[in-house]
Design a protein around this ligand. Structure first.
Ligand SMILES: N[C@@H](CCC(=O)N[C@@H](CS)C(=O)NCC(=O)O)C(=O)O
Length: 215
């Protein structure tokens, strides 16, 4: 039984799910859903996900959306011993703290910045500042550890990595944040087999997409 993932190749929430698949060797069949053509609003997709968002996973008839819920499901179901999502209550809570911070704060702020561009408007510099305040906090946190939760890569790194990649696609200059740059280099070194496909190329494609929206 192959897991299906309805997605867009440069969407941050979709990429983090695909990273989990790569790291855990879980076969995932990607199904491209073109939001611009409204494919997510067609009755056949609404039957699978009435909330019409991607990523949406279907595993043996079980449909799930919300990227971070999909990530934790994949580990729980297919690799429960993986250190990507540790079982120890405190270690797991620390991973989840980052996942919730990313979805509710870091990525949420970035999203409210670039959705304006997608809708043909001019993004609000105050939102950019708010986002960079969060980047600064992230950089400070990374001064203390190799990865977000210590010495091992976890779901927290994959989630936040996709937000940071999307920020680069949205032309945020993060080069002054040396701890983030060092963390990215470490992640890249340990993810060489999928870095181009799931990080470098999507940054380029997302940038191109946003630039086309503002033309
Ligand atoms: N919190 C959601 C966000 C997903 C999201 O923003 N998806 C966008 C594309 S990147 C989408 O599906 N937009 C179309 C819609 O919601 O109708 C997650 O992490 O999965």
């Amino acid at each position: 039984m192959v897991i299906e993932l309805y997605q867009l190749p440069y969407s941050a929430p979709c990429l983090q799910v695909r990273m989990v698949g790569k790291i855990l060797n879980i076969p995932i069949e990607t199904k491209h859903l073109d939001l611009e053509k409204g494919e997510h609003l067609k009755p056949e997709f609404l039957k699978i996900n009435p909330f019409h968002c991607i990523p949406t996973m279907v595993d043996d008839g079980f449909a799930l959306w919300e990227s971070r819920a999909i990530m934790t499901y994949l580990v729980n179901k297919y690799a429960p011993e993986s250190s990507l999502y540790p079982k120890d209550a405190k270690a797991r809570a620390t991973v989840e703290r980052w996942l919730y911070w990313d979805t509710g704060s870091l990525y949420a702020t970035l999203f409210s910045y670039y959705i304006v561009i997608i809708e043909g408007g001019k993004p609000d510099p105050a939102v950019a500042t708010l986002f960079m305040d969060k980047v600064k906090l992230l950089d400070e946190a990374l001064a203390k550890t190799k990865y977000l939760c210590g010495d091992n890569i976890t779901l927290a790194d994959l989630s936040v990595l996709c937000s940071i990649s999307a920020a680069k696609g949205a032309d945020f200059d993060l080069s002054a944040y040396k701890n983030i740059e060092r963390w990215l280099k470490t992640l890249e070194t340990n993810s060489a087999s999928w870095w181009k496909e799931l990080v470098t190329d999507p940054i380029k494609d997302f940038r191109e997409f946003l630039r086309n929206c503002s033309r």
